[in-house]
Design a protein around this ligand. Structure first.
Ligand code: ADP
Length: 515
């Protein structure tokens, strides 16, 4: 049988891992390769990624997976790309050289700017003005403006930080030679041989500079913060032919790039959450709870973001998102500290303790997001005793991670008629059975965890495949999704963990408004 064009290669650029996975037409993984992202923590709160190092890693995982699959680049029908959102860099349009490293989404260097801008007179006037317009027009766009608050995860504060601290950027901005890009934009720039300067709607909508109603860059935050819009990329659909092909000089053949999508959107697709109300939770470096809200953006009072999930072939799908930044990153910290030898040990250690021995852990290295929304919150254990052992600490950490997810669910329950019966779970931390089980318990919901950890890559492959004709229709994708491990809520633990959550909330009260 001729193998030509029989595979799709999908790239997933996470915060901890970069993966390339090669799928065959039945959705089976033919080969995969993974490498760690080297995060540069230059000082507390500063999280960076070296762009050229990332590019080398991306090429490495692609070459490795093609080698393992024992195929030729000619056999790849197209590429799909799923990317972490909101990590950005500025580069010179003429030389392609970066002015600085990527500043990662969980970097909180701009905290002072966030505070200053949020309490500024101009922001207060803007919110009041938006509220007025909302009362007159009832247009949810203005409701969004009336609650507008900067956070560290948004692009604007970190970008303002760069503009004020990097004199070369400030100079070159006057000459119009600066390009802005999130990681997806930069990789597309590199793959296209420096021809493309685009981002898709899902990546754009996570920046905080995008209008989810008009599907363009939003005029007013640019105006409000004095950010030049000219350096921003064009916004395009998440899949289609507009990405062109990977430049021939890179792999020897021009492979079409058929999809570029944000990681959480990709995992919504990879989990099969195609219908209104379908819900997935990704437990990776951070936690992301996403609910498919169909063709309407969900405007929230509790700090949940209305995002575009994907736009492709006239189909526009929105999702609401709640995020907690500190999930897998906490376990990595515990490992560095010597609390864990191996991440996999966390599960047995947690089970080996009968309970948490009255110890609670608040994971807030980058503050607490919705529904608390406090960037100054402290991280810590509370309830330590002379009899506290390592397993109690690990159990408290894992429980703290789950309580944050429950927190996010409560925000949804508070302000929507959202009532899922089952959720999909993916991401590295979901590999931990203890976490998956107590999530089912506390939520009193069936949790279906994908057997494959690579759901974002699968989602990007699906969209690339639909766009290129590799797969014909969405319906076909359900049969390609693989198996799930199902966790059912255990009745006695539903009340137990809800009670425990109450105690953990008291711990959160102690750790908020710390700085
Ligand atoms: P990302 O997509 O953000 O790069 P991943 O989905 O690859 O993240 O998940 C990586 C995270 O998963 C790491 O931060 C790591 O701490 C965590 N992790 C991996 N294996 C386990 C495990 N068995 N138990 C708990 N956490 C785990």
């Amino acid at each position: 049988m001729k193998l030509e064009h029989n595979f799709i290669a999908s790239l997933d650029i996470g915060t901890t891992n970069v993966r390339c996975i090669i799928y065959d037409q039945s959705g089976k993984i033919k080969a995969q390769s993974r490498s760690c992202v080297q995060l540069l923590i230059t000082q507390p709160g500063f999280v960076e990624i070296v762009a050229e190092k990332l590019w080398e890693t991306v090429l490495d995982v692609i070459y490795n997976s093609v080698g393992v699959a024992n195929i030729k680049f000619e056999d790849i029908s197209c590429f799909g790309l799923s990317c972490q959102r909101n990590s950005f860099m500025l580069w010179n349009k003429n030389t392609g050289k970066g002015y600085h490293n990527f500043i990662a989404w969980n970097d909180i260097r701009a905290e002072e700017i966030v505070d200053k801008e949020n309490s500024s007179i101009k922001m207060k006037i803007f919110r009041l003005f938006s509220r007025g317009l909302f009362f007159i027009t009832r247009n949810p766009r203005f409701l969004l403006g009336s609650m507008y608050k900067l956070t560290n995860a948004q692009i604007a504060p970190r970008l303002l930080w760069v503009i004020t601290h990097n004199h070369q950027v400030a100079n070159d901005l006057c000459k119009d030679s600066v390009a802005f890009g999130t990681i997806d934009t930069w990789l597309l720039y590199k793959f296209s041989g420096k021809k493309l300067h685009v981002t898709d709607v899902s990546n754009a909508s996570a920046t905080g500079l995008f209008d989810p109603f008009l599907l363009t860059w939003s005029y007013w935050p640019f105006k409000l913060f004095g950010i030049p819009m000219k350096m921003f990329p064009n916004i395009v659909d998440s899949a289609g032919h507009h990405f062109g092909s990977v430049d021939k000089s890179i792999f020897g053949v021009p492979i079409p790039l058929c999809c570029s999508i944000a990681d959480q959107s990709a995992s919504l697709i990879g989990s099969g959450c195609f219908r209104w109300g379908d819900t997935k939770v990704t437990l990776g470096t951070g936690t992301f709870l996403n609910v498919n809200t169909g063709d309407q953006p969900h405007t929230s009072f509790n700090g949940l973001y209305p995002l575009v999930a994907w736009k492709f072939n006239e189909e526009l799908v929105y999702m609401a998102e709640g995020a907690s930044n500190d999930t897998g990153v906490v376990l990595q910290w515990a490992q560095r500290l010597g609390l864990l030898d191996d991440l996999k040990d966390s599960e047995d250690m947690a089970y080996s303790a009968k309970d948490n021995h009255g110890v609670y852990f608040v994971p807030a290295f980058s503050g607490l997001q919705a529904p608390i929304n406090d960037a100054t919150a402290a991280t810590g254990f509370i309830g330590l005793k002379l009899t506290t052992l390592r397993p109690h600490l690990i159990r408290a950490i894992l429980e703290g991670i789950v309580y944050r997810v429950f927190h996010l669910f409560q925000s949804f329950y508070d302000e929507t008629d959202f009532n899922p019966r089952c959720i999909r779970l993916d991401g590295g931390v979901s590999g931990n059975e203890f976490v998956s089980q107590i999530l089912a318990d506390i939520l009193n919901l069936t949790v279906k965890r994908s057997e494959s950890e690579e759901i974002s890559a699968l989602g990007a492959a699906f969209l690339a495949g639909l766009s290129s004709g590799f797969w014909k229709e969405k319906q076909e994708l359900y049969s390609l999704m693989g198996c799930y491990h199902t966790f059912y809520p255990r009745k006695p633990y539903v009340d137990y963990y809800n009670e425990e959550f109450g105690k953990w909330c008291k711990a959160v009260d102690r750790f908020t408004k710390w700085n």
